[in-house]
Design a protein. Structure first.
Length: 141
């Protein structure tokens, strides 16, 4: 049986673990879509510099990356900034604040997920072409 101070200590440790876990989840939700778009952009530019790769490969990848970045930016602006602004007013009824905040977060996450899908499509496109052109290069080069 645990003493009272041990139960309190375990409660604090559990609360700290929950805060760390929530922080990791929030960081993943915020960072993964943006980092995948940036990675696809960098990869498209590097692959486009290779002389043996057709030019359209780079342009198709960039045509997928740019809308992905725009959707992520739209999600941040409309979902978080506007959503938080709707909650911060004094005229907002307290019972509606949680609903409005949840709607803003939902809009952010949906836009980020849609932008992430564009980035994944670009990464798959680039991965296919990198694999195809790597298999055509002679060994030792």
């Amino acid at each position: 049986m645990l003493a009272g101070s041990e139960v309190a200590r375990e409660g604090r440790v559990g609360a700290r673990m929950a805060v760390v876990l929530i922080s990791i989840i929030v960081a993943v939700v915020f960072l993964v879509p943006a980092l995948s778009v940036m990675g696809a952009w960098i990869w498209a530019r590097r692959l486009g510099r290779r002389a043996e790769v057709p030019r359209f490969v780079k342009w198709v990848a960039l045509a997928l990356v740019v809308p992905g970045a725009l959707f992520i930016a739209l999600g941040v602006i409309s979902g978080l900034i506007v959503g938080l602004a709707r909650v911060s007013g004094e005229t907002v009824e307290p019972s509606q604040k949680a609903r409005r905040l949840a709607e803003g977060i939902s809009e952010f996450m949906n836009c980020s997920a849609f932008g992430f899908l564009f980035a994944v499509a670009a990464l798959l496109w680039l991965g296919f072409w990198a694999w195809k052109w790597r298999s055509k290069t002679p060994p030792g080069r």
